[in-house]
Design a protein around this ligand. Structure first.
Ligand code: NAG
Ligand code: NAG
Ligand code: NAG
Ligand code: NAG
Ligand code: NAG
Length: 762
């Protein structure tokens, strides 16, 4: 340790190291930042990172950070004519909207600037019609899109602010490509392909500035929903057999690999925060019934393994052991000088290879792998991890083609990258992510809030309240359909005179929404049962039945409408709340605060805004359910709105019992009209479909816009997926027209028997 110390003439402290090389400290001269401050990761020593910090809504300019070099100078060096300062954050240019106007037109948009969007006539809007520039350089709400009904397979995917898109065809297999303009870079899918199911692959990309970070809330929502999917896929299910509860464990093993970068480019405090965050994540995961195997390691130029996944192969490690091991970990005098990002991936790959060897090819097929990496992406040894990631993919995907393998194995591998730091190497990190559904790349300034972020994400209690949340795909599990339509309820009415079946929708834990005509005059609550399997007994008893006060089937018997179904709405109050879970959950209904949340409307929102988002296209694609025996299917229909409506409702005149020649006598403005063969061949409602929710999905949430009331032809007494003929039409009660009734009961806050829904003021 022999080195001499000398003062150089410019007052920097230099040390002569054993190797004979001179190392100087940096100085703080000219490092001030106007409007902000800075911190140093290793004082003024070589390798220290100077990190500028600005108040919320501002970012350091021209440099975000400076690095102290061995000769005592900073890189980048401060510029004489560009003093370091805090600049107000900008949002990406929203003037990329096609077929519409953005106001006010500005060259640049800063924090708190508001914009509003309007479509040219003949075009309809999806997304937010007003957006505010947020302090992290993102726009509030969702991308506005103006499009025309062209009958394309996929909807116009729009252009996010700051981006350019190539590709204007939206049929199956058509591809759109995105790039970001100027000094923005792209986060998310740069390419999306229109799939047969009418959805685009991937996720809408976004354009970020280098100072754009994801907020803890954004991370907890996005990562939460993604990881929850992995966890619930393997959750065992309870089955009732002869009154006994039997736990059916699903086949498959979940392996979670966590790697945390502790190299010098990352701050000291970071390690404690990272340790706490990882502990929290592991604890949260343990609240699920899946028990994953863990590999947990810190890394710099070496890998420091805290929990070895191979120990799980022989016997399970207690959660408490993981936590103790985590807490015990100290850097001590470990070498953290370099960063070998490739090495952590290689370590995980090696572990996988051993697991595969032990489990055998067949057994390994049932293993799912989740890799979670925390790093800033700055590596200086070991080379790019990209080839190792390719090997990991190859191992898990099993080359996609091994015999009998028809379905893609992409869902067996998720790689999440938490990019953390003042300076992030996005171009290197983003391509390392893998997995379907949901975001896998998160960008955070520091790791401080991560523990809380993880605390929020996997709180089952928290998501319990979310209306309309559902699984979007069918699985092999017995309650797969319930998870896709967790709000579905089946209603039976039985007394001496009638026996009738209807469908309803759970709108709060205590209320089912259905059609009034399901209940003939004289039906009492004790004649009604509701079937919702929430694990607490399938059949629910009814406390009260509330029919819309204006419903009167005979009201127009003398005016040529033998049966008049206006206000065909009823609410059933159950004797007890149902148990909310992934499989039993209310649907969102119009004009409530929760629905504004589901539609991502920000600030003061109105009922009208909701209606515009949900029922704007002159052909709005909607769905409802049908049930035959025990099979539930989804029917597709298109509501004919605006100029298409008159043509649709005129078919009401052909219905039995209608002698008036004005269709509006029978089909008031309170109905939506679906059916027919052009431009789409719709499904038609069958007898037992009455009362069911007519719904629309919006970003993973389901919103009920109407309920099945009546139709012109009875084409299917036996039920099932039956298609419309040329003249058959169905009419559904538009929920936007019966809000006062829904609000008077569901929103009644002067009682304490049930939790009221919050309805919007306007
Ligand atoms: C310090 O070293 C860097 C390269 O390591 C060089 O670019 C820079 O000019 C040097 N500065 C001084 C003041 O010698
Ligand atoms: C946009 O924000 C800038 C910076 O805060 C402000 O000066 C400007 O007046 C705002 N423009 C509008 C239209 O609000
Ligand atoms: C689950 O595993 C058991 C035994 O390992 C096997 O017999 C069964 O076929 C598996 N079930 C499925 C659905 O893969
Ligand atoms: C299949 O995987 C092996 C290694 O597991 C690899 O060598 C081979 O190139 C892969 N084949 C294809 C078609 O990807
Ligand atoms: C709300 O509940 C209270 C208490 O049960 C009841 O008296 C009142 O009539 C209800 N309001 C409506 C509009 O039903």
């Amino acid at each position: 340790m022999g080195f001499s110390v000398r003062w150089s003439w410019f007052a920097a402290l230099c040390l002569l190291s054993m190797g004979g090389e001179v190392r100087c400290d940096c100085t703080e001269a000219k490092m001030q930042i106007e409007g902000g401050h800075y911190k140093l990761t290793k004082k003024l020593e070589t390798g220290s990172l100077l990190i500028y910090e600005c108040p919320e809504g501002y970012y350091p300019f021209p440099a975000l950070t400076r690095l102290c070099q061995p000769n005592g100078s900073w890189r980048p060096a401060p510029k004489r004519f560009a003093p370091q300062r805090c600049r107000i954050a900008e949002c990406p240019d929203p003037n990329v909207l096609e077929y519409g106007n953005v106001s006010p037109p500005q060259e640049k948009y800063f924090v708190d600037n508001e914009t509003s969007y309007e479509c040219y006539s003949g075009y309809t809007m999806r997304g937010s019609s007003t957006r505010v520039c947020l302090p992290n350089g993102k726009w509030s709400g969702s991308t506005p899109i103006c499009s025309r009904d062209t009958g394309d397979n996929c909807a116009d995917p729009g252009v996010p602010p700051g981006a350019s898109r190539t590709g204007n065809m939206f049929e199956i297999d058509d591809t759109v490509k995105y790039s970001c303009n100027g000094n923005l870079f792209l986060v998310g899918s740069s390419e999306r392909v229109c799939q047969e199911n009418g959805q685009w692959t991937g996720k809408e990309p976004a354009c970020y500035y280098t100072y754009t970070y994801d907020t803890p809330l954004e991370v907890s929502e996005a990562f939460g929903s993604a990881i929850k999917d992995s966890l619930t896929t393997l959750e065992p299910v309870d089955d009732m057999q002869e009154g006994r509860k039997i736990r059916i464990s699903k086949n498959g093993t979940l392996n979670i690999y966590i790697g945390v970068d502790i190299s010098e480019s990352i701050e000291e405090k970071h390690i404690k925060d990272a340790r706490d965050a990882v502990s929290k994540l592991v604890t949260k995961i343990s609240s699920f019934t899946v028990t994953p195997n863990y590999e947990i390691a810190f890394f710099s130029s070496d890998v420091f393994e805290v929990v070895n996944i191979l120990d799980y192969l022989d016997n399970k490690i207690e959660l408490s052991t993981i936590k103790t091991e985590m807490q015990k970990f100290e850097i001590g005098d470990r070498n953290t000088a370099g960063t070998d990002l490739n090495l952590i991936f290689k370590t995980f790959l090696e572990r996988m290879a051993i697991i595969k060897q032990r489990a055998g090819d067949k057994g390994f097929k049932e293993h799912r792998h989740v890799l979670i990496i925390f790093t800033d992406g700055a590596y200086n040894m070991g080379g790019s991890p990209a080839p190792t990631v390719a090997k990991i993919k190859n191992m898990v995907y099993m080359n996609h083609t091994s015999e009998g393998e028809t379905q893609s194995r992409e869902e067996y591998l998720d790689i999440y990258v938490f990019a953390i730091g003042a300076e992030i190497f996005d171009d290197d990190l983003q391509p390392l992510t893998a997995g379907t559904g949901g975001e896998h790349y998160f960008r955070m300034k520091n790791i401080e809030n991560l523990q809380e972020t993880f605390d929020d994400i996997i709180d089952e209690e928290e998501v319990k309240g979310l209306c309309g949340l559902h699984k979007e795909y069918e699985t092999a599990s017995r309650d797969s359909k319930r998870k896709m339509y967790p709000w579905m309820a089946f209603i039976s009415v039985q007394n001496e005179e009638t026996s009738k079946k209807c469908i309803g929708s759970l709108v709060t834990p205590q209320f089912i929404l259905t059609a009034a005509h399901c209940f003939a005059f004289g039906v009492l609550p004790e004649h009604i049962t509701v079937d919702i399997d929430d694990g607490q007994g399938k059949v629910k008893k009814v406390k009260t039945l509330k029919i819309h006060p204006n419903y009167n089937v005979n009201a127009k018997a003398n005016q040529g409408v033998k049966e008049f179904y206006d206000y065909d709405v009823a609410l059933i109050q159950l004797q007890e709340d149902v148990q909310i879970s992934n499989a039993v959950r209310p649907i969102c209904i119009p004009c409530t605060e929760e629905t504004s949340g589901a539609l991502k409307l920000v600030g003061e929102s109105t009922c009208k805004q909701q209606e515009q988002l949900l029922l704007k296209n002159h052909l709005e694609k909607l769905s409802f359910l049908t049930k035959t025996d025990n099979v539930v299917d989804e029917k597709d229909v298109h509501a004919k709105l605006g100029g298409n409506r008159d043509d649709c409702i005129k078919h009401a005149l052909q219905a039995a019992g209608i002698t008036t020649n004005n269709p509006k006598d029978a089909v008031t403005d309170n109905f939506l009209c679906t059916g027919g063969q052009t431009p789409f061949r719709d499904h038609i409602a069958c007898t037992g479909d009455s009362g069911g929710a007519v719904f629309k999905n919006y970003e993973h949430r389901t919103i009920q816009v109407a309920l099945v009331s009546w139709g012109t032809k009875n084409k299917c007494k036996a039920g099932g997926l039956v298609e419309s003929d040329d003249t058959s039409r169905d009419f559904h009660i538009n929920l936007f027209r019966v809000i006062p009734f829904l609000k008077s009961i569901l929103g009644n806050d002067t009682q304490d028997v049930y939790a009221p829904l919050k309805f919007l003021e306007n």
